[in-house]
Write a protein that binds this ligand. Structure first.
Ligand code: F0G
Length: 469
């Protein structure tokens, strides 16, 4: 049961199937191009989409909008210091702003930044500095059949081998993303944090968290890691953060707000450099691109997210969605992650080859069937054309992410999601793939236009495959 009740509500708009057909045509079959009002259940992202509490809204009303030293900054700083334990806390307007400041300060052309798995924006910010973002997640993290409870872990052997081979001089920082969003919201164990810490210490390289979903990660540690079951979430969080030198954080996830972020740092000279850049790009260090009211909402959200009843419901809601899809025969990434369920689109539509974008077909199909917006994380996002041969290379996994906003949807909404996915799955033989008719040179998934591929019958080989399903 939800450990809260509604006091303020937001109307959502239903559309008919024929309206959605028209909307899709107009949007070039790209869900990013659909107005939010035309979406019934929006599972595009869990970022910045949380419902705030009465307590947070009350905080909004006591916003102190002084340029320097606002009351809300002091509350924000005190709360973040207490929870994370860092000496310096700098506010930023969102996560990628913190990434920009950190990597501008630390990364030089030719450098490498190891991470369990980089999120797109951390990768882009490192590459923007001429560095290389290195993913060193354990092999099981990329194996859809593995049930490892801490699939998000970094492989310590891979890390140490890399440092030995290339030398610590070109590694300004090691990162750990908690939870590991890019491979399915999978957690990192406390033991792994400790091991990576010992390597970072051995070679004198600072270790930072990309801490967006830190409380969800702590909940998984409590439930899955030996000897952690009796500790409070707050204790586990403090423990996790005691092994790192700093963090970047997007408050749009586990601070339960719609905008905001922060940098936490222990070392004074680094903090000083970041502060100077912060003034240049974000604002004075006591507001960092945010209003006083936003800082207050973050401070209150950081406390609320540590509530174990909230986390139990949150993680349970996501898990239940995943389990009900599995019961219906749909293949999803397992174990189910903290913030989203990922449908394996290749298994969903085995008759659609990757060149015809099965993930896009799932995503568009879910909108058409039930007004649900999801995001394709497959060939549309990652397939690459060789500039010389013109040949396409396709990603190993073809996924569709159903990200669940925090405290927003009820179990009945989730029922609608389950029904819609299963309805689409039942008629999978009728569904065809898509082709791209226009695309931008970079990050094409945001703006590309598509058209359905209209063939009457699935190719013979694919029909055979379907019969086996
Ligand atoms: N790091 C991780 C692990 C993230 O998931 C995100 C955002 C960021 C950094 C950047 O934070 O958006 O505040 O600038 N993830 C969102 C998502 C966008 O949909 O997964 P931001």
């Amino acid at each position: 049961m939800e450990p809260y009740r509604n006091k303020v509500i937001e109307k959502i708009y239903e559309t008919t199937r024929s309206e959605r057909e028209e909307i899709l045509k107009e949007a070039g079959y790209n869900l990013f191009r659909i107005p939010a009002r035309k979406v019934y259940i929006d599972l595009l992202t869990d970022s910045g989409t949380s419902a705030m509490s009465t307590n947070q809204w009350a905080g909004i009303m006591v916003g102190d909008e002084s340029y320097a030293g606002s009351e809300n900054f002091l509350h924000f700083e005190k709360t973040a210091r207490e929870i994370f334990g860092f000496k310096t806390i700098l506010p930023t307007h969102q996560g990628r702003a913190a990434e920009h400041l950190l990597f501008s300060t630390l990364v030089n052309p030719g450098d490498y930044v190891p991470n369990n798995s980089h999120f797109d924006t951390t990768r882009a910010n490192i590459e923007h500095r001429g560095g290389t973002a290195l993913d060193l997640v354990i092999d099981e993290g990329l194996d859809p059949t593995s049930r490892n409870p801490f699939k998000g872990n970094m492989d310590p052997q891979k890390l140490e081998n890399f440092i030995k081979r290339e030398g610590k001089e070109i590694i300004p920082i090691i990162m750990l993303t908690i939870t590991n969003n890019s491979i399915g919201g999978q957690p990192v164990s406390l033991e792994n944090v400790r091991t990576i810490r010992s390597i970072s210490k051995k070679y004198g390289i600072p270790l930072f968290f990309d801490a967006c979903r830190f409380a969800e990660n702590a909940y998984f540690i409590k439930k899955r890691e030996k000897g952690q079951g009796e500790r409070s979430i707050r204790e586990i969080v403090r423990d996790m953060f005691s092994y790192v030198d700093g963090c970047i954080f997007s408050a749009k996830k586990d601070a339960l707000v719609n905008i905001g972020g922060l940098l936490g740092i222990n070392e004074d000279s680094l903090a000083e450099k970041l502060k100077n850049l912060l003034i240049l790009y974000e604002g004075f260090p006591t507001y960092g691109g945010l209003a006083g009211r936003d800082l207050e909402a973050i401070a209150r959200g950081l406390e609320e997210v540590l509530d174990e009843n909230y986390l139990a419901f949150r993680i349970g809601q996501v898990r239940e969605l995943g389990e009900r899809l599995i019961e219906g025969g749909v293949q999803v990434l397992q174990p189910i992650g903290g913030h989203a369920v990922y449908i394996d689109a290749k298994a969903f539509f085995p008759h659609i080859p990757q060149s015809q974008l099965p993930g896009q077909a799932v995503s568009v199909g879910l909108y058409l069937e039930g007004g649900i917006r999801t995001v394709e994380i497959g060939s549309v996002m990652f397939a690459k054309k060789d500039p010389e041969t013109g040949e396409m290379t396709y990603p190993k996994l073809e996924l569709v992410r159903l990200a669940i906003p925090r405290r927003v949807y009820s179990q009945i909404h989730i029922n609608h999601v389950v029904d819609t996915v299963l309805k689409l799955y039942k008629k999978r033989e009728e569904i065809r793939g898509y082709k791209i008719v226009s695309e931008a040179p970079v990050l094409r998934h945001f703006t590309a236009k598509f058209e359905p591929i209209l063939t009457k019958r699935a190719p013979k080989a694919a029909q055979k495959q379907l019969q086996q399903v």
